[in-house]
Design a protein around this ligand. Structure first.
Ligand SMILES: Cc1cc2nc3c(=O)[nH]c(=O)nc-3n(C[C@H](O)[C@H](O)[C@H](O)COP(=O)(O)OP(=O)(O)OC[C@H]3O[C@@H](n4cnc5c(N)ncnc54)[C@H](O)[C@@H]3O)c2cc1C
Length: 452
């Protein structure tokens, strides 16, 4: 049984392909629009994929692992990072070949922290398309049943596996016996108390994730003696449109855009990463700022459905010159003009950026600007798992018949926000679900496999 119809659907589709019958339950009747997989930008790392080879890009699991190590300062769970690095290419190729997803490899920009282009996506670059394709595959399979709304509230040992306790919105309970249960219920971003306890630096920011991410895996796993880890890890984002409440892609920054505060001043190297920049922005006066870019960048960002939504909401403002831009932002013209001139010097190579930002392309009028607020997207800590996605107890032994994936499991971003690399959300969500299904299918065929 799979609890959670986001990334968890991968376990159902893979499990069915390997001969398992799977029940998927989701607590949210509106999960198709409300979960994080559907809200995402559908960026999935696949180091060493054939899509990269076709684009002439040399990559490998080892190169990806080196990037994870660099971004997390060596604090990520190495076993899980290695397992996901190994399975990433197989996963994106399987999504293309066996599930029928129109996988593509964007190569027109770099994501912070990735040495080479390796985040695969779909046309439109939106998770709603990803989830839609997965649900089509579920519909096509006679081995998968989907039940929503039904919330998993407990898991207990049973002679042939596990008893899952389900609850409907009226509070009625039902017990289902399954060989194993995969907790794919995401993290605890929607539980304000847990967020305040574990993530104080981002607790006051806007939460932009699924409302059913209530920490259920922590509670259910905890009752079975599961160990937890990395609970202070999270993905933030510094560029949620204040007006549209939709993601302004960080592509705007990576192509040369700058983030200024309400005083028109830059306050760091934006290219270090959008996740950690959320808390930095939260600390500026008013806890908000502006993402400034130009016509060229606006054109590049239009590949993203989210950006087109920001445009459609009228949140992208335009100014013909620095003075007009300053007026738009409500910032002193002198400060903003100085920032733009400094950035032009950095782009021309005549001055080093005072925050260490690498040389970038200069911005040219007319300027574009979006008011942005920092956001918490999802939490990255959770149940400790092994390389088969089996949940581990506090002695490091697998809890029988219990798997976890995605935000329910501890991820590969180390601690805090700075270890988050683009794709560190979906790779554990899809990759651990894929690995869990493979392990359960093997151990069903050959019970001695379960011990490994
Ligand atoms: C705007 C945005 C953009 C993002 N972009 C990217 C990206 O490009 N790349 C990337 O790697 N990551 C991205 N992420 C993060 C990524 O979306 C998540 O890490 C990932 O989707 C988590 O998958 P999941 O399966 O764990 O959770 P979800 O997709 O949220 O699915 C969990 C499901 O479990 C259900 N559920 C919860 N509790 C229960 C219960 N007790 N019983 C039954 N069902 C339950 C929920 O209703 C939900 O449908 C983004 C996140 C956001 C918010």
């Amino acid at each position: 049984m799979v609890a959670g119809a986001g990334g968890g659907l991968i376990a159902a589709i893979r499990g069915a392909q390997l001969g398992l019958d799977v029940l998927v339950v989701d607590s949210d009747a509106d999960f198709r629009r409300g979960n994080n997989t559907s809200m995402s930008t559908a960026m999935i790392p696949g180091p060493g994929s054939r899509f990269q080879a076709a684009a002439g890009i040399t990559d490998s699991p080892e190169l990806f692992l080196a990037d994870v190590d660099r971004k997390t300062g060596g604090t990520a769970d190495r076993r899980i990072a290695a397992a996901l690095a190994q399975v990433g290419a197989e996963l994106v190729e399987w999504l293309a070949d066996d599930v029928g997803l129109p996988i593509e490899l964007p190569t027109d920009f770099d994501y912070p922290g990735h040495a080479v282009p390796r985040v695969h996506s779909l046309p439109g670059r939106h998770g709603s398309a990803l989830l839609g394709h997965l649900l089509d595959a579920v519909d096509r399979s006679a081995r998968i049943d989907l039940l929503a709304p039904a919330r998993l509230v407990g898991v207990a040992p049973a002679p042939e596996g596990r008893t899952a306790v389900l609850e409907n919105p009226a509070g009625q309970r039902e017990e289902i016996t399954a060989r194993a249960v995969l907790l794919a219920t995401n993290g605890y971003g929607a539980d304000r108390e847990l967020v305040a306890a574990h993530l104080p630096e981002i607790a006051d920011a806007h939460y932009h994730g699924g409302e059913h991410s209530r920490g259920d895996a922590l509670r259910i796993g905890g009752e079975l003696g599961a160990a937890t880890g990395f609970l202070d890890a999270y993905q933030g984002h510094a560029a949620l449109s204040a007006a549209a409440r939709t993601l302004v892609t960080w592509t705007a920054v990576m192509h040369g855009g700058a983030v200024v505060d309400s005083g028109g001043t830059r306050f760091g190297d934006e290219t270090t990463g959008y996740s950690e920049y959320a808390a930095v922005l939260a600390g500026r006066p008013g806890g908000r700022g502006w993402l400034v870019f130009d016509e060229r960048i606006d054109g590049l960002c239009r590949a993203f459905g989210d950006y087109r939504d920001v445009l459609a909401a009228g949140a992208v403002r335009r100014a013909d010159d620095p003075a007009g831009l300053a007026e738009l932002i409500g910032a002193p013209a002198a400060a903003l003009e100085r920032e733009l001139a400094d950035l032009a010097d950095v782009a021309a190579g005549t001055r080093a950026d005072r925050f260490g930002r690498a040389a970038t392309t200069a911005l040219h009028p007319p300027y574009h600007a979006v008011e942005i607020v920092p956001a918490l997207f999802h939490t990255q800590g959770g149940l400790l798992v092994d390389e088969h996605a089996r949940v581990l107890d506090t002695a490091g032994e697998p809890v029988p018949g219990l798997y976890a994936s995605g935000g329910a499991a501890a991820g590969i971003s180390g601690r805090g926000a700075a270890g988050y690399l683009a794709g560190n959300g979906l790779l554990p969500a899809l990759g651990l679900a894929y690995l869990a299904a493979g392990h359960l299918a093997r151990s069903t065929r050959n019970p001695s496999e379960g011990a490994r």
